[in-house]
Design a protein around this ligand. Structure first.
Ligand code: 4NP
Length: 156
């Protein structure tokens, strides 16, 4: 495959998908894999905003600074720009399927579909939760990110 390009999509693009983007960037870098990575939201409420401070704190606790990330809304062009689009939950996946132009080339899946035994599993939205929900979110997106790197490397 030509260089993979991966877009992570949740609802607001301020909690889960920025953490997935950060975890995947980190996993790809550790694997020595060149990738293009981005994240977006299906909704537009937070466009232009940095990640939620609790997501920033969770990433910082793993030595990763996501404070320069800015939220954007997913667009029809994304289905041609990216080789892989990973939805964080099943509602995001349904919204993406409805938005996908006919003949879209991007491979659309749930992030956790790439984790053996976790097919069909969503990453819960931590927005109305506490720090422990963001820690659990990081655990899940890291699992997904590492599994996706393995798949892209041809080892998954
Ligand atoms: P995310 O979390 O989809 O993981 O970024 C949310 C952030 C904001 C809202 C919902 C979910 N919101 O309704 O504003």
């Amino acid at each position: 495959m030509s260089q993979p390009s991966v877009l992570f999509v949740c609802l607001g693009n301020i909690c889960r998908s920025p953490l997935a983007e950060a975890a995947f960037r980190d996993a790809a870098m550790r694997a020595g894999m060149a990738v293009t990575v981005d994240s977006a939201g299906t909704g537009d409420w937070h466009v232009g905003q940095p990640p939620d401070r609790r997501a920033r704190a969770e990433a910082a606790s793993h030595g990763i600074d996501i404070s320069a990330y800015r939220a954007r809304q997913v667009a029809a062009e994304d289905f041609a720009r990216f080789t892989h689009i990973c939805a964080l939950d099943s509602a995001n996946l349904a919204d993406l399927r409805a938005l996908a132009p006919a003949g879209a080339s991007a491979r659309l899946a749930l992030l956790l579909d790439y984790v053996p035994g976790q097919k069909g599993t969503s990453v819960p939205d931590p927005y109305h939760g506490g720090p422990q929900d963001f820690a659990e979110c990081w655990r899940l997106v890291s699992l997904g990110a590492k599994a996706l790197v393995e798949v892209l490397a041809g080892r998954g």
